[in-house]
Design a protein. Structure first.
Ligand SMILES: [Zn+2]
Length: 312
Protein backbone atom coordinates (compact mmCIF):
# COMPACT_ATOMS: atom_id res chain seq x y z
CA UNK A 1 0.00 0.00 0.00
CA UNK A 2 2.77 2.35 1.00
CA UNK A 3 4.56 1.50 -2.22
CA UNK A 4 1.46 2.43 -4.24
CA UNK A 5 1.18 5.76 -2.49
CA UNK A 6 4.81 6.52 -3.20
CA UNK A 7 4.33 5.60 -6.84
CA UNK A 8 1.32 7.87 -7.03
CA UNK A 9 3.25 10.72 -5.44
CA UNK A 10 6.04 10.25 -7.96
CA UNK A 11 3.54 10.45 -10.81
CA UNK A 12 2.10 13.67 -9.46
CA UNK A 13 5.57 15.14 -9.02
CA UNK A 14 6.29 14.37 -12.66
CA UNK A 15 3.10 15.82 -14.05
CA UNK A 16 2.71 18.80 -11.72
CA UNK A 17 5.80 20.95 -11.74
CA UNK A 18 5.71 23.87 -9.31
CA UNK A 19 6.52 27.22 -10.79
CA UNK A 20 8.91 29.66 -9.18
CA UNK A 21 6.06 31.66 -7.66
CA UNK A 22 4.42 28.54 -6.24
CA UNK A 23 1.73 28.18 -8.88
CA UNK A 24 1.14 24.56 -9.80
CA UNK A 25 0.74 23.40 -13.36
CA UNK A 26 -1.47 20.44 -12.75
CA UNK A 27 -1.88 19.11 -16.20
CA UNK A 28 -1.68 19.78 -19.88
CA UNK A 29 -4.86 18.80 -21.68
CA UNK A 30 -5.77 18.53 -25.33
CA UNK A 31 -9.16 18.84 -26.99
CA UNK A 32 -9.37 17.78 -30.65
CA UNK A 33 -12.32 18.42 -32.94
CA UNK A 34 -13.76 15.74 -35.19
CA UNK A 35 -12.25 15.02 -38.59
CA UNK A 36 -14.87 17.09 -40.46
CA UNK A 37 -13.71 20.11 -38.44
CA UNK A 38 -10.14 19.23 -39.38
CA UNK A 39 -8.88 17.52 -36.20
CA UNK A 40 -8.18 20.93 -34.76
CA UNK A 41 -6.39 21.02 -31.42
CA UNK A 42 -6.96 23.26 -28.45
CA UNK A 43 -4.62 22.85 -25.50
CA UNK A 44 -5.27 23.96 -21.95
CA UNK A 45 -3.18 24.05 -18.84
CA UNK A 46 -4.53 24.31 -15.33
CA UNK A 47 -3.05 26.91 -13.05
CA UNK A 48 -4.17 27.25 -9.44
CA UNK A 49 -7.02 29.65 -10.07
CA UNK A 50 -7.68 29.35 -13.76
CA UNK A 51 -6.90 27.77 -17.07
CA UNK A 52 -4.71 28.96 -19.94
CA UNK A 53 -6.08 27.93 -23.33
CA UNK A 54 -4.19 27.79 -26.61
CA UNK A 55 -6.47 28.11 -29.65
CA UNK A 56 -10.24 28.17 -29.59
CA UNK A 57 -11.66 25.78 -32.22
CA UNK A 58 -13.78 26.48 -35.29
CA UNK A 59 -17.25 25.25 -34.34
CA UNK A 60 -19.40 26.41 -31.44
CA UNK A 61 -20.19 22.77 -30.61
CA UNK A 62 -16.49 21.98 -30.20
CA UNK A 63 -15.96 25.12 -28.13
CA UNK A 64 -18.85 24.07 -25.86
CA UNK A 65 -17.38 20.57 -25.44
CA UNK A 66 -14.02 22.15 -24.61
CA UNK A 67 -15.81 24.41 -22.10
CA UNK A 68 -17.45 21.40 -20.46
CA UNK A 69 -14.07 19.74 -19.96
CA UNK A 70 -12.58 22.92 -18.50
CA UNK A 71 -15.60 23.48 -16.22
CA UNK A 72 -15.13 20.00 -14.77
CA UNK A 73 -12.01 21.39 -13.05
CA UNK A 74 -14.09 24.10 -11.38
CA UNK A 75 -11.79 26.71 -12.89
CA UNK A 76 -12.39 29.69 -15.13
CA UNK A 77 -10.62 30.53 -18.37
CA UNK A 78 -7.91 33.01 -17.40
CA UNK A 79 -6.92 33.71 -20.99
CA UNK A 80 -6.70 32.32 -24.52
CA UNK A 81 -3.70 32.55 -26.84
CA UNK A 82 -4.62 32.49 -30.53
CA UNK A 83 -1.66 31.29 -32.58
CA UNK A 84 -2.70 32.59 -36.01
CA UNK A 85 -5.61 34.15 -37.91
CA UNK A 86 -7.36 31.07 -39.29
CA UNK A 87 -10.95 30.54 -38.16
CA UNK A 88 -10.35 26.96 -37.02
CA UNK A 89 -8.32 28.52 -34.17
CA UNK A 90 -10.60 31.40 -33.16
CA UNK A 91 -14.12 30.69 -34.48
CA UNK A 92 -15.15 29.17 -31.12
CA UNK A 93 -14.25 32.24 -29.04
CA UNK A 94 -17.82 33.56 -28.91
CA UNK A 95 -19.14 30.22 -27.66
CA UNK A 96 -16.38 30.08 -25.02
CA UNK A 97 -17.38 33.56 -23.86
CA UNK A 98 -21.01 32.40 -23.61
CA UNK A 99 -19.80 29.80 -21.12
CA UNK A 100 -17.19 31.77 -19.18
CA UNK A 101 -17.88 35.48 -19.68
CA UNK A 102 -15.01 37.78 -20.57
CA UNK A 103 -11.40 36.66 -20.59
CA UNK A 104 -8.32 38.18 -22.24
CA UNK A 105 -7.46 36.98 -25.74
CA UNK A 106 -3.78 37.18 -26.65
CA UNK A 107 -2.58 37.44 -30.26
CA UNK A 108 0.05 39.27 -32.27
CA UNK A 109 -0.86 42.44 -34.16
CA UNK A 110 -0.28 40.54 -37.43
CA UNK A 111 -2.87 37.98 -36.38
CA UNK A 112 -5.37 40.54 -35.06
CA UNK A 113 -5.15 42.40 -38.38
CA UNK A 114 -6.39 39.32 -40.27
CA UNK A 115 -9.18 38.15 -37.95
CA UNK A 116 -11.98 40.01 -39.69
CA UNK A 117 -10.92 39.17 -43.24
CA UNK A 118 -10.52 35.45 -42.53
CA UNK A 119 -13.78 35.35 -40.59
CA UNK A 120 -15.71 36.90 -43.50
CA UNK A 121 -14.01 34.62 -46.00
CA UNK A 122 -14.91 31.54 -43.94
CA UNK A 123 -18.55 32.60 -43.71
CA UNK A 124 -18.63 33.22 -47.47
CA UNK A 125 -17.00 29.88 -48.32
CA UNK A 126 -18.49 27.48 -45.79
CA UNK A 127 -21.83 28.76 -44.52
CA UNK A 128 -23.64 27.72 -47.72
CA UNK A 129 -23.63 24.88 -48.43
CA UNK A 130 -23.16 23.96 -44.83
CA UNK A 131 -19.96 21.96 -44.62
CA UNK A 132 -20.05 21.24 -40.90
CA UNK A 133 -23.59 20.08 -40.07
CA UNK A 134 -23.98 23.25 -37.99
CA UNK A 135 -23.75 26.91 -38.94
CA UNK A 136 -20.50 28.73 -38.31
CA UNK A 137 -20.78 31.26 -35.49
CA UNK A 138 -21.15 34.63 -37.20
CA UNK A 139 -20.03 36.57 -34.12
CA UNK A 140 -16.48 37.83 -34.47
CA UNK A 141 -14.53 38.07 -31.22
CA UNK A 142 -11.33 40.07 -31.52
CA UNK A 143 -8.07 39.74 -29.56
CA UNK A 144 -7.94 42.01 -26.51
CA UNK A 145 -4.23 41.80 -25.66
CA UNK A 146 -1.61 42.30 -28.36
CA UNK A 147 1.62 40.39 -27.78
CA UNK A 148 4.98 40.83 -29.48
CA UNK A 149 7.91 38.54 -30.14
CA UNK A 150 10.15 38.44 -27.07
CA UNK A 151 7.26 38.99 -24.63
CA UNK A 152 6.73 36.68 -21.71
CA UNK A 153 3.09 36.61 -20.66
CA UNK A 154 1.49 34.94 -17.65
CA UNK A 155 -1.96 33.39 -17.76
CA UNK A 156 -3.23 31.91 -14.47
CA UNK A 157 0.38 32.14 -13.30
CA UNK A 158 1.62 30.05 -16.20
CA UNK A 159 4.25 31.76 -18.29
CA UNK A 160 4.60 31.65 -22.06
CA UNK A 161 7.49 33.00 -24.12
CA UNK A 162 6.10 34.46 -27.33
CA UNK A 163 7.85 34.21 -30.69
CA UNK A 164 6.23 36.14 -33.53
CA UNK A 165 7.37 34.32 -36.68
CA UNK A 166 5.51 36.38 -39.27
CA UNK A 167 3.79 34.90 -42.34
CA UNK A 168 4.05 31.18 -43.07
CA UNK A 169 1.15 28.74 -42.93
CA UNK A 170 -0.99 31.84 -42.29
CA UNK A 171 -0.52 35.60 -42.68
CA UNK A 172 1.02 35.56 -39.21
CA UNK A 173 2.07 32.75 -36.91
CA UNK A 174 3.24 32.80 -33.32
CA UNK A 175 4.69 30.00 -31.27
CA UNK A 176 4.50 30.03 -27.47
CA UNK A 177 7.02 28.18 -25.33
CA UNK A 178 6.04 27.03 -21.85
CA UNK A 179 9.31 26.53 -19.97
CA UNK A 180 8.05 24.51 -16.98
CA UNK A 181 6.56 21.82 -19.19
CA UNK A 182 9.29 22.34 -21.81
CA UNK A 183 6.64 22.33 -24.50
CA UNK A 184 6.18 24.48 -27.59
CA UNK A 185 2.67 25.45 -28.67
CA UNK A 186 3.23 25.93 -32.38
CA UNK A 187 -0.24 26.32 -33.86
CA UNK A 188 -0.12 25.51 -37.56
CA UNK A 189 3.56 26.29 -37.94
CA UNK A 190 4.07 22.61 -37.30
CA UNK A 191 2.01 19.62 -38.27
CA UNK A 192 4.07 16.88 -39.84
CA UNK A 193 2.71 13.66 -41.39
CA UNK A 194 -0.34 15.38 -42.87
CA UNK A 195 -1.05 17.57 -45.88
CA UNK A 196 0.52 20.80 -44.66
CA UNK A 197 -1.26 23.94 -45.89
CA UNK A 198 0.97 26.23 -47.93
CA UNK A 199 -1.82 27.57 -50.12
CA UNK A 200 -1.21 31.18 -49.06
CA UNK A 201 2.17 31.03 -50.76
CA UNK A 202 4.40 32.10 -47.84
CA UNK A 203 6.82 29.33 -48.73
CA UNK A 204 9.99 31.02 -47.44
CA UNK A 205 8.19 31.78 -44.19
CA UNK A 206 6.94 28.21 -43.74
CA UNK A 207 10.46 26.84 -44.20
CA UNK A 208 12.00 29.54 -41.99
CA UNK A 209 9.54 28.80 -39.21
CA UNK A 210 10.49 25.15 -39.16
CA UNK A 211 14.18 26.06 -39.26
CA UNK A 212 13.54 28.43 -36.33
CA UNK A 213 11.94 25.66 -34.27
CA UNK A 214 14.88 23.35 -34.98
CA UNK A 215 17.47 26.01 -34.18
CA UNK A 216 15.77 27.31 -31.04
CA UNK A 217 14.67 24.19 -29.16
CA UNK A 218 16.36 20.81 -28.55
CA UNK A 219 15.31 18.07 -30.99
CA UNK A 220 13.46 16.11 -28.29
CA UNK A 221 11.26 19.06 -27.26
CA UNK A 222 7.59 18.24 -27.68
CA UNK A 223 5.64 20.46 -30.03
CA UNK A 224 1.89 20.79 -29.63
CA UNK A 225 0.64 21.09 -33.20
CA UNK A 226 -2.46 22.90 -34.43
CA UNK A 227 -3.59 19.66 -36.05
CA UNK A 228 -2.40 16.05 -35.69
CA UNK A 229 -0.67 14.57 -32.65
CA UNK A 230 2.06 16.29 -30.68
CA UNK A 231 5.45 15.39 -32.08
CA UNK A 232 9.04 16.08 -31.22
CA UNK A 233 10.82 18.91 -33.00
CA UNK A 234 12.85 16.40 -34.99
CA UNK A 235 9.62 15.69 -36.91
CA UNK A 236 10.01 19.08 -38.56
CA UNK A 237 12.30 17.32 -41.06
CA UNK A 238 9.60 15.32 -42.89
CA UNK A 239 7.49 18.47 -42.99
CA UNK A 240 10.38 20.40 -44.55
CA UNK A 241 10.75 17.49 -46.99
CA UNK A 242 7.05 17.75 -47.89
CA UNK A 243 7.36 21.46 -48.72
CA UNK A 244 10.55 20.92 -50.73
CA UNK A 245 9.03 18.01 -52.67
CA UNK A 246 6.06 20.25 -53.45
CA UNK A 247 8.33 22.95 -54.86
CA UNK A 248 10.22 20.36 -56.91
CA UNK A 249 7.09 18.82 -58.47
CA UNK A 250 5.44 22.16 -59.29
CA UNK A 251 8.69 23.49 -60.76
CA UNK A 252 9.08 20.33 -62.87
CA UNK A 253 5.47 20.54 -64.06
CA UNK A 254 5.88 24.19 -65.06
CA UNK A 255 8.99 23.40 -67.08
CA UNK A 256 7.20 20.86 -69.30
CA UNK A 257 6.22 21.73 -72.87
CA UNK A 258 2.73 23.25 -73.11
CA UNK A 259 2.17 23.16 -69.33
CA UNK A 260 1.33 26.85 -68.93
CA UNK A 261 -1.79 28.76 -69.87
CA UNK A 262 -2.03 32.33 -71.24
CA UNK A 263 -1.52 33.74 -67.71
CA UNK A 264 1.66 31.75 -67.24
CA UNK A 265 0.04 29.34 -64.79
CA UNK A 266 -0.25 25.58 -64.99
CA UNK A 267 -3.12 24.41 -67.16
CA UNK A 268 -5.86 22.46 -65.44
CA UNK A 269 -4.46 19.22 -66.86
CA UNK A 270 -0.85 19.95 -65.91
CA UNK A 271 -1.88 20.98 -62.39
CA UNK A 272 -3.99 17.86 -62.05
CA UNK A 273 -1.04 15.69 -63.08
CA UNK A 274 1.29 17.39 -60.58
CA UNK A 275 -1.29 16.98 -57.79
CA UNK A 276 -1.76 13.30 -58.66
CA UNK A 277 2.00 12.78 -58.47
CA UNK A 278 2.16 14.41 -55.02
CA UNK A 279 -0.88 12.47 -53.81
CA UNK A 280 0.92 9.25 -54.71
CA UNK A 281 4.04 10.39 -52.81
CA UNK A 282 2.01 11.15 -49.69
CA UNK A 283 -0.86 8.67 -49.96
CA UNK A 284 -0.70 7.98 -46.21
CA UNK A 285 -1.02 11.65 -45.18
CA UNK A 286 -4.18 12.93 -43.51
CA UNK A 287 -6.28 15.32 -45.59
CA UNK A 288 -8.59 16.52 -42.77
CA UNK A 289 -11.64 15.41 -44.78
CA UNK A 290 -11.12 18.02 -47.50
CA UNK A 291 -10.02 15.30 -49.89
CA UNK A 292 -6.29 15.33 -50.59
CA UNK A 293 -6.84 16.76 -54.00
CA UNK A 294 -8.38 19.92 -52.52
CA UNK A 295 -5.51 20.74 -50.16
CA UNK A 296 -2.91 19.74 -52.74
CA UNK A 297 -4.54 21.90 -55.40
CA UNK A 298 -4.61 24.91 -53.03
CA UNK A 299 -0.97 24.22 -52.21
CA UNK A 300 -0.05 23.99 -55.89
CA UNK A 301 -1.45 27.50 -56.41
CA UNK A 302 0.48 28.79 -53.39
CA UNK A 303 3.77 27.24 -54.49
CA UNK A 304 3.24 28.36 -58.07
CA UNK A 305 2.57 31.99 -57.06
CA UNK A 306 5.74 31.88 -54.95
CA UNK A 307 7.77 30.46 -57.87
CA UNK A 308 6.38 33.09 -60.27
CA UNK A 309 7.19 35.94 -57.84
CA UNK A 310 10.80 34.70 -57.62
CA UNK A 311 11.32 35.26 -61.33
CA UNK A 312 10.51 38.97 -61.08
ZN1 LIG B 1 -5.52 25.15 -38.47
Amino acid sequence: MKKTLLAAAATIALTAPTLADGVQINQLHRYTSGHTAWNTNSFWIEGDDGVAVIDAQLLASDARRLATQIKATGKRIAGVIVTHPHSDHFGGLAALKDEFGDFPIYATQGTADHFEGTHKQMLASYQMPNAFAEPLDERLVMPTNIVSGGDTIAIAGISFNIHDLGAGEAANNLVAYQPDLNVVFAGDTFYPFAHYYIGEGHIDGALEHLAFLKATFPADTYVMAGHTDPNRIASADPQIGYIKRFIEVVKEARAAEGALDANGRLTREARGAAVTKLMADYAHYDDFSFGSQTILTWNSFGVEAWLMAQKD
